[in-house]
Design a protein around this ligand. Structure first.
Ligand SMILES: Nc1ncnc2c1ncn2[C@@H]1O[C@H](COP(=O)(O)OP(=O)(O)OP(=O)(O)O)[C@@H](O)[C@H]1O
Ligand SMILES: [Mg+2]
Length: 412
């Protein structure tokens, strides 16, 4: 069991401030994933937790004990890196045993620990092989095995799967999920650039940006309730569209007239004084669907990308502005050059003012997050005349109690 508490943690290299004011509490047994743009400080934060990097300011506590000046070997932590760097002349078993030998453990203890790790990682048949006789995924599992044999309280992973090809990454990701499930009281912190890994592995995702934490939350909470435009566009792929407009009617349901000519009904409450407010309407590509009625967005399709499972429609690719993207389930052909009218469910829309979500304006009033479940799809393909009815929602009230189901990552 190990909980971590970071208070005002900061890191600078000389004059360059990389991270500041990092406040984060991680419960024992949690699986935390750090995401953020390249260079935002994910590895730095992980290395400070491990003790491989000095903490410039603030405090790090593990189980209530201040760790800032405790050496890495005494923190109860093991770290797995992207480059697994196994000893090439040692067998799998000896690679895993190395740290235990250094620590002076007995032959029996070492044998038991390596047997156990080998079994957990399905490496038993390979224990006497050299690393060169293993696949990339098996080598990465040996690297994880080197961490497991030490039985740390906290596991730190820095992009452990990014050297693997796509199929191995999926397989190893599932193995890591199973590994975590088999060690429910071990705390794991995992850095990745892979959205699917973040969405599927994390209990909570920490989005790092601009030297600080942009948002912390359950994966689907970040997807459905991003606190600002950065998180809105960082989580989800392709990124959320942001369409500028003005509030034209306030109330529990807000009406937004978009600069591009469309109109949107949004299930986010606004007040009297918000009339005329400049906003960005956030609409995810996958939430858009064709309509014959009122459209949020109408445009000529410049480009389509047919992926089989979905078809991506790009609008405005020749203009200076960021293209608008729609993602329609299934296969759609012959749309290039056609004008398409798109709408979305009012409950799936987001409103930002000065980059911040209007949902969080009255932070204290925000009800606890519960995932919005999706009713049967089938409204795509232009046949859904009723889809643009303001206020109509086939999803908004149909929620499942958070935690009672394992939320699935969004399709992408
Ligand atoms: N030893 C160092 N001296 C000076 N600057 C450093 C040092 N190590 C890292 N940095 C800077 O700190 C910032 C954060 O680096 P870090 O490696 O933590 O980023 P990251 O989020 O892990 O990025 P990536 O996703 O590319 O791995 C970067 O701007 C980097 O250039
Ligand atoms: Mg890094």
């Amino acid at each position: 069991m190990a909980d971590l508490k970071l208070e005002g943690v900061a890191k600078s290299y000389g004059d360059v401030q990389v991270l500041s004011d990092i406040d984060l509490t991680i419960a024992s047994g949690e699986f935390i994933v750090f995401v953020g743009p390249s260079g935002c400080g994910k590895s730095t934060l992980l290395r400070m937790i491990a003790g491989l990097e000095r903490i410039s300011g603030g405090t790090l506590q593990i189980d209530g004990q201040r760790m800032n000046d405790i050496p890495p070997s005494q923190r109860g932590i093991a770290m797995v890196f992207q480059s697994y760097a196994l000893y090439p002349h040692m067998t799998v078993r000896d690679n895993m045993a190395f740290a235990l030998k250094i620590a002076g453990q007995s032959r029996d203890q070492i044998r038991e620990a390596t047997d156990r790790a080998g079994k957990m990682l399905q490496l038993t048949p390979y224990l006497d092989r050299l690393p060169k006789a293993l696949s990339g995924g098996q080598r990465q599992r040996v690297a994880i095995g080197r961490a497991i044999v030490r039985d740390p309280k906290v596991y730190l992973f820095d992009e452990p799967l990014s050297n693997l090809d796509a199929a191995l990454r999926v397989a190893t990701r599932i193995e890591i999920a199973q590994l975590k499930a088999s060690m429910p009281d071990r705390t794991m912190i995992y850095v990745t650039h892979d959205q699917t890994e973040a969405m599927t592995l994390a209990d909570r995702i920490v989005v790092l940006a601009g030297g600080g934490i942009a948002q912390v939350g359950a994966p689907l909470e970040l997807y459905e309730r991003p606190v600002n435009e950065f998180v809105a566009q960082f989580i989800g792929s392709p990124a959320m569209n942001l369409l500028p407009g003005k509030v034209t009617a306030v109330g529990d349901m807000t009406t937004v007239a978009l600069d591009g000519g469309g109109v949107a009904q949004v299930a986010i409450p606004t007040r009297e004084g918000d009339q005329g407010m400049a906003v960005n309407l956030g609409v995810r590509p996958e939430d858009m669907r064709e309509t014959d009625g009122d459209a949020i967005f109408e445009g000529q399709v410049d480009l389509t990308e047919a992926l089989g499972e979905v078809t991506l429609l790009y609008f405005g690719t020749n203009q200076d502005s960021v293209p608008v993207i729609a993602k329609l389930p299934g296969i759609h052909t012959g749309l290039n050059g056609k004008t398409v009218r798109l709408t979305a469910d009012p409950h799936a829309l987001h409103l930002f003012h000065d980059g911040q979500s209007l949902l969080y304006r009255d932070g204290a009033d925000l009800p606890p997050y519960r995932p919005r479940t999706t009713a049967a799809a089938g409204s795509v393909g232009g046949a859904d005349g009723a889809a643009s009815m303001p206020g109509r929602s086939d999803t908004g009230d149909d929620r499942i109690e958070g935690g009672t189901i394992k939320p699935e990552g969004p399709a992408r």
